[in-house]
Design a protein around this ligand. Structure first.
Ligand code: SF4
Length: 584
């Protein structure tokens, strides 16, 4: 078996209360690495594609990686991979925390959970001091009814106090229990955010998973690994990551507003007149702020702002989705809305996208909820609470904008801001047309983490408001690179520090695993992982017609910038070229 791996995964069936290790062959690990890649392979291996994602037999995978536990900066990450209850396509959410390190120290490269516990439960994996029977996984289910309705943070604190401080915990909030289709899984204040993995866990009656272990893996070339790690950490303090350290991702807000690419009032505009109120610059000037980082990260991009008595971590995606997209310009309200989503365990992008859509439907008279008005902070906060509890209109909005449009009718699907059911992140597709392609073809739907095509739009490689076929190979490059980063796993905010990412990734992987891996092999690995996601989607019933954008983006130029116009025919041509270059 390769260094850096345990060569097995832990499979837990919570219906039967049983657990066993299953082998992972070297060949599988080398071809799919870890994280997203290994997670997709495991889903295919488990024949998960045709299963209802909220059914007991649907698997959910927590996949670690060969780099977890190494001194490489930002490597303490894991992927949660399942069929999405929001899109019914592949979903992989990445997150950083001690949960990744604890999971790997449980002596496995992934944990697969199937089944449905008889009542709300904790899954406890305790692989500490288990010398006597190392092949027997120590897994137990305990009742968790007393945590019903508890927020993510409350649950994590209660479970840690019940089991001990050396456990690392991932939990769902009330939204996951209530099967909100875009519920998150939370751990150490971070979230596996998109696509509804929290609902998958909720459907299994799992409130939290607690892990501790003491199994380590060996590194093939420890001296080389130390040198590579030192070099990477040093570069992580340099100019390529300054943006993240200084103002964080929130600095995108004013920049996007200047470009006319800041989605506003359900994508009816690319500029927001109150953008300055929500800007990182303004938040920094008016609120005391601290900076934190994920475990094992030298960058530290988390900017935490005071909001009354609370401290709130906020990213650009939450600021745009709960701010400009809903027309809300009061920073205190947006911070509170983001905090409330975190407490309930709700993806902020899908929450903001669905609420903004409902606001426009109410404005057009298609939805009899007159209180749902753009710009109303009260309405925003009320809608979030209703979604988390699935009460009133919240029951419909908890289904996401695509399903809600199906009920609302009036061809409202034309303005539902989603691709394959996943709400669109904060990049106006008409103003950033390489990103429009990235959204359209994304395996998990509209996605800024699996396609970095916006980088192409902000470069001199394309005319971002009139992108042609020449952009396609650049979009593919960003998607391949993301697939590799999500499988190794490394934080994408490191990407700017690499001169030759594939060569350096091969060097890291050689020092960790001992494989004679090359940059060319890793190019193939990245493409294999992207293709595996597509293979999964094909098995779920994907059709080429899904690789598109909502009608709004294809028949209406951007009102604040009429030159930003993307026709159905031109997008279809870009998508066809993408499929051709992929060889699909
Ligand atoms: S750069 Fe930010 S998101 Fe990435 S690992 Fe560090 S703190 Fe976490």
């Amino acid at each position: 078996m390769a260094f850096g791996y345990h060569g097995r995964y832990l499979r837990i069936d919570v219906s039967r209360g049983s657990a066993e290790y299953q082998p992972l062959e070297d060949q599988v690990l080398r071809r799919f690495l870890g994280g997203s890649g290994l997670g997709v392979w495991l889903l295919l291996h488990e024949c998960a594609a045709q299963v209802d994602p909220l059914a007991p037999e649907a698997p959910i995978v927590f996949a670690f990686s060969p780099l977890v536990g190494s001194p490489l900066t930002t490597s303490a990450k894991f992927a949660v991979v399942s069929k999405s209850p929001l899109t019914f396509r592949i979903n992989d959410s990445l997150a950083s925390s001690g949960f990744a390190i604890a999971g790997k120290r449980c002596g496995c490269d992934a944990i697969v959970i199937v089944g449905r516990a008889p009542g709300l439960s904790l899954v406890i994996v305790d692989q500490k001091n288990v010398e006597a029977a190392p092949e027997e996984p120590k897994v137990r289910l305990e009742p968790a009814l007393e945590y019903q309705g508890a927020t993510c943070r409350e649950t994590e604190a209660a479970v840690r106090s019940r089991l001990g401080a050396d456990y690392r915990i991932a939990s769902i909030g009330p939204a996951g229990e209530n099967l909100v289709r875009y519920a998150t899984i939370s751990h150490d204040g971070r979230h596996a955010g998109r696509g509804g993995s929290g609902a998958v866990l909720g459907a299994k009656n799992i409130k939290a998973i607690a892990l501790r272990g003491d199994r380590s893996t060996e590194w093939a070339q420890p001296l080389e690994l130390t040198q590579i790690s030192k070099s990477l950490s040093k570069r992580s303090f340099g100019p390529a990551t300054a943006k993240y350290r200084e103002l964080g991702t929130a600095s995108n807000l004013l920049a996007f507003n200047r470009f006319g690419a800041l989605p506003t009032r359900n994508f009816q505009s690319g500029t927001f007149e109150e953008a300055a109120n929500l800007s990182a610059e303004q938040l920094t000037a008016t609120r005391s702020k601290t900076r934190e980082s994920c475990v094992a990260c030298t960058i530290g991009c988390e900017h935490i702002y005071a909001n009354g008595a609370s401290s709130v971590r906020i990213e650009y995606e939450s600021l745009f989705a709960l701010g400009s997209l809903c027309g809300v310009g009061d920073a205190g309200t947006v911070l509170r809305a983001s905090q409330r989503c975190d407490e309930l365990g709700i993806d902020t992008i899908s929450a903001g996208g669905t609420i903004a859509f409902a606001m426009e439907c109410a404005e057009r008279g298609w939805l009899d909820e007159p209180w749902l008005k753009f710009g109303s902070g009260t309405a925003l906060l009320r809608a979030i609470d209703l979604i988390g509890s699935r009460q009133g209109i919240g029951d419909l909005l908890a289904e996401g904008s695509r399903r809600a449009a199906g009920v609302i009718g009036n061809n409202s699907i034309a303005i539902a801001p989603q691709v394959k059911g996943l709400e669109i992140p904060g990049y106006e597709p008409r103003a950033l047309q390489t990103m429009a392609l990235g959204f359209a073809v994304g395996a998990r739907g509209a996605d800024h983490n699996r396609s970095g095509a916006y980088e192409v739009d902000f470069s001199d490689k394309v005319d971002r408001r009139h992108v042609t076929r020449g952009a396609v190979r650049h979009a593919i490059d960003t998607e391949d690179k993301a697939a590799l980063m999500d499988s190794l796993i490394l934080c994408k905010f490191l990407r700017g520090v690499f001169e030759d990412f594939y060569a350096e990734a091969a060097e890291m992987l050689r020092s960790v695993t001992g494989w004679d891996v090359t940059d060319s092999e890793l190019h193939d690995t990245a493409r294999r992982i992207v293709s595996a996601k597509r293979q999964f989607n094909l098995l779920t019933g994907w059709t080429p017609e899904e690789d598109t954008l909502p009608e709004r983006f294809l028949n209406t130029p951007l009102p604040n910038d009429p030159a930003a116009s993307l026709s159905r025919e031109r997008l279809a041509d870009l998508v066809a070229e993408y499929h051709r270059q992929r060889g699909w």
